[in-house]
Write a protein that binds this ligand. Sequence first.
Ligand code: CP3
Length: 344
Amino acid sequence: MAEQKTILRALAGETLKTPPIWMMRQAGRYLPEYRATRAEAGDFLSLCFNPELACEVTLQPIRRYGFDAAILFADILLVPQALGADLWFVTGEGPRLSTITDQSGVDALKPADAVHEHLSPIYQTVRLLSDALPPETTLIGFAGAPWTVATYMVAGRGTPDQGPAHALKDENRPVFEALLDRITEATILYLSEQIKAGAEVVKIFDSWAGSLKGDEFDKYAIKPAARITAELKRMHPGIPVIAFPRGAGERYIGLHEAIGADCIALDDGVSAAWAAANVQTGGCVQGNLKSSHMVTGGDALVRETREIVAALSNGPHIFNLGHGITPDADPENVQLMIDTIRGS
Ligand code: CP3
């Protein structure tokens, strides 16, 4: 029964004795079985568009660790690709995209409903997962937030300070806002299709929200997330939404209400004790162990894991890392984290 799933109970506001657990990037290169399946697929994008293999890598960490949630295997940059951007990954460096710098770039984009056809293999992965997952495991769908996706579409790659997107915003606001709107519309359709295919929760990743200052944080991080959340809840009443405006710092306060999200995911820039007093009062929180503990392990991992569990134990909490697990992590440290949380 859906109500029995621990993740859904926490998202509904229940305080559980042991927090449910999953990890950002839990299907990834730190796992030998992931590397083997990726090699079989050929490369990362071929893996994303192969529903059987994408389903397989999503299930690998569930089999190995028994996480309480599985997250669809895909990438936030598939939406720009659906809108017509060229997308490729350079091994060891990261993503590359064709860039958008002016009105003609936005004019050349496909309409938002291009996500239906282009991303149909992703919806098929969701359907396969929905059949294959154990009954206690929650299936999370996801997309990038418009600002974070725009930073890659404007620069054509990851950047340390999102400089090119800030420059477009400051120098040609109508073009920047038109781009954000197109991404927002596509994201609503994309997440809605994931929900129709069986996603039980959706998460909006705003990895670069922290670089927006002043009222631009409200305008370009909170507002689009609130619009996506409201539209999804209108189309799919009761669908839980997790928002992850990474780097929000003190601006994490009040975000449940401002976005309309059921859960706010915390990065490791805030302490769990601070979050308990200032953010968890608004609803479920997710986080926020430093992912470096998955590399270094030992007593520090155990101590900090216990501190986070204790600090957030008086309200709804989903245990997670503050950001994705890195390829150099030791799979045994993940087990140590889980054993520490579950107390075995
Ligand atoms: O969390 C999960 O396991 C679900 C799958 C998922 C991936 N990317 C798979 C992936 C999710 C939720 C993402 C989100 C994503 N992708 C974000 C937002 C979250 C964050 O990390 O801040 C961003 C910014 C991207 C864009 C992206 N994709 C980058 C910058 C990179 C290269 C960096 C890297 O780790 O290599 C990717 C590649 C990527 N996406 C990998 C995976 C497993 C590694 C690809 C590989 O196997 O070589």
